[in-house]
Write a protein that binds this ligand. Structure first.
Ligand code: URA
Length: 203
């Protein structure tokens, strides 16, 4: 089954897209997901921030540091998971992506998830949780809950998680993030003996 999407894709990479006029203005580049294309575990964030826009990779700023460290603490290397976003272009002044922008980019995410076919999708924060579950979500309250959600033609197991950045301004979120990632690692079947070194090398 093929999903429809604006712009052009090469496999799971968006190579060109002008669907969102404001994002075309604000972005320096399209920020595609990174990580194995057959990852068991996929993290979905909101959209690129300044660092991500500059480097062309999701979660490379401060919240990426929090995510990397939390994964490492559980014996999982960044290179063992796939990391992507609801929208692939940086919104102006780091505002939330608008409804239409999320909708425009959903087909890209559907292709990425369909091709990756993960055991588990983890939504990092309110925007991706609401986008995939298609309802309002009280993330702190619902963190750790697992739901089935349809993206494109396929159904996925989705685990709600707080955004890593939340721990930077609210220390009480650290344990919520930690417990949810414990659950993610277990549900995705990561071996407890993993050592935090990528098993897949650089890609
Ligand atoms: N926050 C997100 O939601 N995504 C990123 O890529 C970086 C920060």
């Amino acid at each position: 089954m093929s999903e429809s999407y604006p712009g052009e894709m090469d496999g799971i990479e968006v190579t060109a897209c002008t669907a969102c006029p404001e994002l075309c203005e604000s972005r320096s580049r399209i920020v595609n997901g990174t990580g194995p294309t057959d990852a068991d575990l996929v993290f979905v964030g909101e959209g690129p921030g300044a660092q991500e826009d500059e480097q062309g990779e999701p979660f490379v700023g401060r919240s990426g540091g929090v995510l990397d460290e939390a994964l490492r603490d559980r014996g999982v290397a960044r290179g063992d998971v796939r990391i992507t976003n609801c929208v692939r272009c940086r919104p102006p002044e780091n505002r939330d992506p608008k409804r239409g922008e999320l909708a425009n980019c959903k087909g890209h995410l559907a292709v990425e998830l369909r091709e990756t076919d993960p055991d588990l999708v983890v939504t990092l924060g309110k925007v991706p949780s609401e986008h995939l579950l298609e309802r309002s979500v009280a993330v702190t309250k619902e963190a750790g809950d697992v739901h089935d959600a349809r993206v494109g033609e396929e159904q996925y197991r989705v685990l709600v998680c707080v955004h890593p950045a939340a721990t930077l301004y609210d220390r009480s979120q650290e344990s919520t993030l930690a417990e949810t990632l414990d659950e993610a690692v277990a549900l995705a079947g990561f071996d407890d003996s993993a050592d935090g070194q990528s098993r897949l090398g650089d890609y």
